[in-house]
Write a protein that binds this ligand. Sequence first.
Ligand SMILES: [Zn+2]
Length: 91
Amino acid sequence: MCPFCDEVLSGTSFSIDLRDILDKINVNGGTKQDPTPQNPNHLIAQRGLTASIEFCVQHRHEKQYQVALNQGWPTRPDFIDLPDRVAGLAE
Ligand SMILES: [Zn+2]
């Protein structure tokens, strides 16, 4: 569960990127424990939403990335073939 917005995360632990962002938030103003009944690990960023938003953007990206992988989206798009594929969609 996200410590800032309480959204359910895609994994059971923080990714390396999420850990790095949380470390950065803690360096630049820090966080304060603010446990709630729903989220005992809830935090408040001392510098407000602008300090924690990067964390939430990243975990939402990671969740969507996992959905894309599960749906078979390529991780390395074929840009050489892209124009022909786009043109094919218009037909
Ligand atoms: Zn969040």
